[in-house]
Design a protein around this ligand. Structure first.
Ligand code: FMN
Length: 506
């Protein structure tokens, strides 16, 4: 069995949606849905009346009908909400989640993966950001209920995820340690999820998905393989040209004249060192062309992970206005991408497409009134009374300071939660008129996506990208080095299981 040469990278929020992942997986490559903030996205799709009935179809396949019904009844708005009405929000995530929040995570992740798997028998993956920790356990369980084949995670060090997957495959409870700023030794910061508290019927048979860690250095790659709580099946090695969040440069942060982090030799990965680790690896960041795919395979990679090229496909969730506007710039060669060291409350550099009138525009950023009502990027902190509090550097400054945050940490921060919802057509509407601005993340390769447009066409599909990326590698199998060969053999010796969710008695 061949391993996928192309991983369509997870793109949150909702850019790599079920439609895109379905199209890519159908073509025999790995389609990956973004699991980030899927619960909120799901609520907004239902609030818009679930046009096309896709969410409903997914809910109908959910193994616990009563839970599906509760979610539907709470959030579905027949015919869709009024145009000027705001989207409903749900309670923000916290260490000890409310039951309805957990159920929403389970159900929404199930539906996204279920829909991405419809109509074919190939694997589908789900991507999460390690930093967004509070929804992890319930989201992963929901994705596993739908038979997700791969879990991919970066933006942090996901050492404890493999063990979670092992536990859930056996329906055992799992723990995840929440990072808490200022936590004292011995303070309980664990999060807990026991499937038995949520299953409402016969226990489905679950397979343990493969786990791919997304890392940016040889050191992290080695750490993942040595110290993870369970099996790491492969690595995605992401360079700082990639869209989304980037790892910060090694050493002291230095900025270029434009204000972007400067990456140097120490940030380059050593491919020979990666090969020597003996697990399959995929290269990411600027690999969205046939030559780079061939080069990656020649160097012993199992393949590449590509995001930017897929973000503009007809199937992706990016709003059509933004697709059109950015594709137009790419064709003209005038697209500009800025690696913003401050925008993301995570503290990681965040790649942003410069679009006048969007949140990347200084005037728009300054005009926006700070509000925090989604809270995915809130960090937990230990309050003086020993309780946990939650704060985000992009929330109203006075609130952040009242929670012990430092004013300098708020400078330049942007509300990614609301912006990323806006990118995919679900901008919050406030006071009947004010619409949350979009902030598009994209890789440095933005202008190269024009290559996928056939003459006279103004759009392209996931199939166009896959066909183009593989055009130099289809006939000629990669010349693998011995370490690469070994890795390939290790993987192909594991029989691929084509999962169908099966429900059996406990
Ligand atoms: C719009 C967009 C959103 C992204 N969001 C995520 C994300 O939520 N999680 C993640 O691990 N990577 C994310 N990425 C990174 C991709 O998964 C992928 O690794 C990267 O795009 C590869 O580099 P490229 O952009 O040069 O193709 C995102 C990339 C883009 C373009």
């Amino acid at each position: 069995m061949q391993f996928p040469k192309i991983i369509q990278g997870g793109m949150g929020v909702g850019v790599s949606n079920w439609r895109l992942a379905n199209a890519v997986s159908k073509l025999g490559q790995l389609g990956v849905v973004s699991g980030t903030a899927l619960d909120q996205l799901f609520v907004r799709r239902l609030a818009d009346g679930d046009k096309g009935g896709d969410m409903r179809r997914g809910l109908d396949a959910f193994p616990f009908p009563e839970m599906a019904k509760r979610v539907w009844q709470e959030y579905f708005v027949p015919g869709g909400k009024a145009a000027g009405a705001p989207y409903p929000t749900t309670p923000m995530h916290q260490r000890r989640e409310l039951r309805k929040v957990v159920e929403l995570c389970i159900v929404s992740n199930f539906v996204e993966v279920f829909l991405a798997r419809e109509g074919h028998k190939n694997d589908v993956g789900v991507n999460f950001l390690e930093k967004v920790q509070m929804p992890h356990l319930s989201s992963i369980y929901g994705a596993m209920l739908a038979g997700v084949g791969y879990v991919l995670m970066g933006a942090g060090i996901p050492l404890h995820i493999p063990g979670v997957l092992d536990n859930f495959a056996a329906h055992h409870p799992a723990e995840y340690k929440l990072s808490v700023a200022g936590a004292v030794q011995g303070q309980d910061t664990g999060m807990h999820f026991d499937p038995a508290d949520y299953v409402e019927g016969p226990l489905p048979v679950l397979d343990r998905p493969r786990f791919l860690a997304i890392v940016s250095s040889n050191t992290l790659a080695t750490t993942m393989l040595r110290r993870a709580s369970g099996r790491v099946d492969g690595l995605v090695i992401e360079s700082p040209t990639a869209g989304g969040h980037n790892a910060p440069p090694r050493g002291k942060l230095q900025l270029n004249a434009a204000g972007e982090p400067i990456y140097g030799e120490r940030d380059q990965v050593d491919i020979a060192g990666l090969r020597a680790l003996g697990v399959p690896f995929w290269l990411a960041g600027g690999y969205g062309n046939a030559e780079s795919v061939r080069d990656a395979l020649d160097q012993g990679a199992a393949g590449v992970q590509v995001g930017t090229a897929f973000a503009f496909t007809e199937e992706s969730g990016l709003s059509s206005d933004l697709k059109r506007s950015l594709l137009g710039r790419a064709v003209a060669g005038t697209g500009e991408v800025f690696t913003d060291p401050l925008a993301s409350p995570t503290g990681f550099p965040f790649k942003v497409a410069l679009i006048p009138g969007s949140y990347s525009d200084q005037a728009v950023a300054e005009a926006r009134t700070r509000v925090c009502d989604l809270g995915f990027l809130r960090e937990a902190y230990a309050a003086p009374d020993g309780k946990l509090g939650y704060r985000c550097a992009a929330e109203p400054v006075a609130n952040y300071i009242a929670k012990g945050g430092k004013v300098e940490e708020t400078v330049g921060r942007k509300c990614l939660c609301n912006a990323l919802m806006a990118n995919v057509g679900y901008a919050q509407i406030r006071k009947g008129a004010v619409v949350e601005p979009a902030l598009v993340t994209i890789g440095d390769d933005l202008n190269t996506v024009a290559q996928f447009l056939a003459p006279g066409r103004s759009s392209y599909s996931a199939a166009d990208v896959v066909e183009s990326l593989l055009s130099l590698t289809l006939e000629v199998e990669p010349q693998l080095t011995s370490a690469g060969e070994q890795a390939q053999r290790t993987m192909t010796s594991v029989p691929f299981q084509l999962l169908e969710p099966q429900y059996v008695s406990a």
